[in-house]
Design a protein around this ligand. Structure first.
Ligand SMILES: NC(=O)c1ccc[n+]([C@@H]2O[C@H](COP(=O)([O-])OP(=O)(O)OC[C@H]3O[C@@H](n4cnc5c(N)ncnc54)[C@H](OP(=O)(O)O)[C@@H]3O)[C@@H](O)[C@H]2O)c1
Length: 320
């Protein structure tokens, strides 16, 4: 049986539980592809799962290999796969919320959960895209159905999901209002934000009104951003509560104000990844990668991410 390098954890815990080890290389079943991973994206769900908090339990008890975002090259295809072949460059967020084992040299997953990677960016940028971009796309387009002229508030706009949500909402013709630290404002305006609010200096609900859609990427912990954002909505406006679902308190507050709130969880979506790749290749959407870490420094990358101050994305270099 051939082996590969992967970041394994044997217990829940801090970043130090992440270790590079040799594990068995997977084989593709019918309809699956085997992908040689060049780079793996890092997301908050990774460190929440590592620590046993948040959606803890989605992977069961350790040992397991974290990671859902991958960009790489198809090494082999299982029986029945007609849309991809060995040598194709692909990216994807396979299996979510089941285990994908993305922090590894190889993954296997259903072919249709991948798409051709954007041709104009390398694997390290492509690996930053799937989970954050599918979240932004499925929240802005599929869930909120944002239309031209609507007012959209995006909290944590400088993060992985936020900077893509700003660009998708702008692409649809929305008026985009973003919350971020002051140092991010010029960049977010370049990405298309019409108004930017420094959440350290201003309570956004004091200055924002008549919003059609809130894409909340902060939640209620620690500063009640989700519940406070209800105050910005017009009657019947919609809050998409991305980080932690809808608590009873949040649902009751929304009902009392006559606005809507929905929980949200991203899903694998090959066709949406194709459209997102087209937008990137057309130069309509840019992807921000703050830093690329080698696989051996996964613990350091997690510690950085958990600071909640990343501009755009963090990525692991796996091979190549
Ligand atoms: N439900 C789902 O399917 C789903 C999918 C993806 C992500 N999520 C969740 O959505 C959240 C965002 O994910 P992400 O990947 O975008 O995270 P991220 O990249 O780690 O977010 C970092 C950003 O958060 C900003 N930030 C921190 N506190 C803030 C506050 N109080 N107000 C405004 N901005 C604040 C920081 O902005 P500054 O640097 O400007 O301070 C930083 O740029 C996480 O909780 C994640 O778990 C859920």
């Amino acid at each position: 049986m051939s082996s590969m390098r992967a970041v394994v954890q044997h217990t829940f815990g801090g970043p130090d539980v992440l270790r590079v080890e040799e594990v068995a290389r997977p084989e593709p079943l019918p309809t699956e592809v085997l992908v040689r991973v060049h780079a793996a994206g890092i997301n908050p769900v990774d460190w929440k799962t590592r620590g046993g908090t948040g959606m803890a339990g989605i992977l069961g008890e350790p040992p397991f290999v974290l990671g859902w975002d991958v960009s790489g090259v198809v090494e082999a295809v299982g029986f029945g796969v007609t849309t991809l072949k060995a040598g194709d460059e692909v990216y994807g967020m396979p299996w979510f919320p089941r285990a994908a084992g993305g922090y590894a040299e190889y993954v296997t997953a259903p072919a249709r959960q991948f798409a051709r990677k954007p041709a104009t960016v390398g694997h390290e940028v492509a690996a930053a895209v799937p989970l954050a971009a599918l979240t932004a796309w499925q929240a802005v387009v599929d869930t909120a159905d944002v239309r031209a002229g609507q007012r959209v508030l995006i909290t944590a706009a400088a993060g992985g999901v936020g900077h893509l949500a700003v660009q998708f909402a702008k692409h649809l013709g929305a008026h985009v209002i973003a919350t971020a630290s002051g140092g991010r404002h010029a960049w977010l305006k370049e990405l298309g934000a019409d108004e930017v609010i420094d959440y350290h200096a201003v309570r956004f609900e004091d200055v924002v009104r008549d919003v059609d859609v809130v894409i909340d990427l902060v939640g209620d912990d620690p500063d009640r951003t989700g519940t406070r954002s209800l105050e910005t909505l017009r009657p019947d406006g919609l809050l998409v509560a991305v980080p932690a679902g809808v608590s009873t308190e949040l649902a009751e507050a929304a009902a009392a104000r006559g606005v809507r709130v929905t929980p949200f969880l991203v899903e694998p979506d090959g066709p949406a990844l194709r459209r997102i790749a087209d937008l990137i290749d057309a130069g309509e959407v840019s992807v921000e990668v703050e830093e690329v870490f080698p696989l051996e420094r996964a613990a350091e990358a997690h510690a950085r991410g958990e600071s909640l101050r990343t501009r755009g994305k963090l990525v692991l270099r796996v091979t190549g």
